[in-house]
Ligand binder design. Structure first.
Ligand code: B12
Length: 350
């Protein structure tokens, strides 16, 4: 696909590094607002200035972000602040907080946890704030999330994925975001297209959609869609020509299921991004589709992306889920009912 394939992580990292570099450049000027690295400074914003806690300045001459005013760190001796904040002192008599964090009970376990997840855990702190690098990282990831929601998939995405292109009643991204129901129904032209051109009566109709992250479909769709079709066929299901729907919500799978007469539908949809998850896609399945079918009867496989459930693995998981759904005669809660309804075994011999 002709979209930018550089990884989300690389984009975020570059944005953070640029922002950190910019912050460092600005922080070097005397009188500027502090970069937030003043360990131990506990003053409220707007105060007159901190007397001895600004320890992170490159030249000892910058302002303090905790106070918002010009810092006197360049006029005092080396700060006497310890890593846990003890010893912090301000020159106008404020009482610094001296509450070291509780000790980490199992540092190795914490280290392993940090290494195993891209989630922002154990990020550290400076006084009561995030370190600047972390703060800027969060800002950059937030920007990526906003971009993912606002972006449109390119016009040729349907052709590239081998899908029949369709649209919902939402005529623009703005419309889609403001009126969710419009994303749950096809527009008239698309309805007619489905009736005339879509495959009818298959076991599973697969639908690709932009949802709340165009990025997700662009980055994961090309691997996930063919892998899913293959995995479903490999388990004996018939699948129709896949469909692509622009400005789609999960509910559109109901209408498509009804129009195509498929026994089940699966929609691949860009999910609402969290921090650092702008490229995450979900698969929602619905058995015996009908308009307004409750989510309780559907299933969701979320977090499909290389850092979460890799697309090839998600395809296999989803195909297995569909096998279980067809065998149980329903998805969602129907999948747990057979287990729940099994009568308890009578104990033998008291
Ligand atoms: C927003 C959201 C919700 C909102 C949906 C409100 C709305 N109208 O948009 C609310 C708070 C209601 C919600 C509820 C639940 N959610 Co929810 N939700 C999400 C979230 C953050 C985003 C979903 C998204 O982007 N969808 C894509 C857009 C385009 O879809 P949409 O059409 O706009 O909205 C529909 C879907 O979001 C769907 N939906 C939302 N959650 C769930 C869960 C399941 C199992 C299903 C089938 C559908 C579904 O309901 C919306 C209306 O139809 C995801 C996490 C993520 N980032 O993916 C979790 C997530 C999908 N939810 C989850 C869960 C568990 C639930 C609940 C079962 C929680 C509970 N115990 O009650 C309920 C079930 C909802 C139901 N029966 O209807 C899990 C699903 C796990 C799984 N693999 O099955 C997720 C992945 C979060 C997580 N990591 O645990 N959810």
């Amino acid at each position: 696909m002709s979209v930018d394939r550089s990884s989300l992580e690389a984009v975020v990292r570059a944005a953070v590094e640029a922002a950190v570099a910019e912050a460092g450049r600005l922080a070097a000027r005397k009188g500027d607002v502090c970069d937030g690295q003043c360990a131990g400074c506990t003053k409220t914003p707007g105060g007159p200035g901190c007397g001895g806690a600004c320890s992170a300045s490159k030249d000892g001459a910058q302002g303090c972000s905790a106070c918002g005013g010009a810092c006197k760190a360049d006029k005092v001796a080396a700060p006497k602040v310890q890593a846990d904040g003890a010893g912090a002192a301000c020159d106008d008599g404020c009482k610094p907080r001296n509450a070291p964090p509780p000790p980490v009970r199992d540092p190795l376990a914490l280290k392993r946890l940090v290494e195993e997840t891209p989630s922002r855990i154990a990020q550290g702190r400076v006084g009561t704030r995030y370190p600047t690098r972390v703060y800027l990282g969060i800002r950059a990831e937030h920007a990526v999330a906003l971009d993912a929601v606002a972006a449109e998939v390119p016009d040729d995405v349907a052709a590239k994925l081998g899908c029949l292109p369709l649209k919902t009643k939402a005529v623009s991204k703005q419309d889609y975001l403001l009126f969710p129901d419009l994303g749950r129904r096809l527009d008239d032209e698309s309805r007619a297209k489905v009736e005339q051109q879509a495959t009818r009566g298959v076991d599973i109709q697969v639908i690709a959609a932009d949802g709340l992250s165009a990025w997700a479909l662009m980055r994961q769709g090309e691997v996930l869609l063919p892998a899913l079709l293959e995995a479903l066929k490999g388990r004996g299901f018939t699948v129709g020509r896949p469909l692509f729907v622009r400005h789609a919500r999960i509910g559109v799978q109901d209408e498509i299921g009804v129009l195509t007469g498929a026994r089940a539908t699966i929609i691949l949809v860009g999910e609402r991004p969290g921090l650092g998850t702008g490229d995450s896609l979900s698969l929602y399945s619905a058995y015996k589709p009908r308009l307004g079918q409750d989510n309780a009867e559907k299933n969701c496989i979320s977090n499909v992306r290389p850092l979460g459930v890799p697309p090839a693995q998600a395809a296999a998981l989803c195909a297995d889920l569909m096998r279980r759904t067809f065998d149980a005669g329903g998805g969602g809660v129907h999948l747990v009912r057979p287990v729940r309804d099994i009568p308890k075994r009578q104990s033998v011999g008291g």
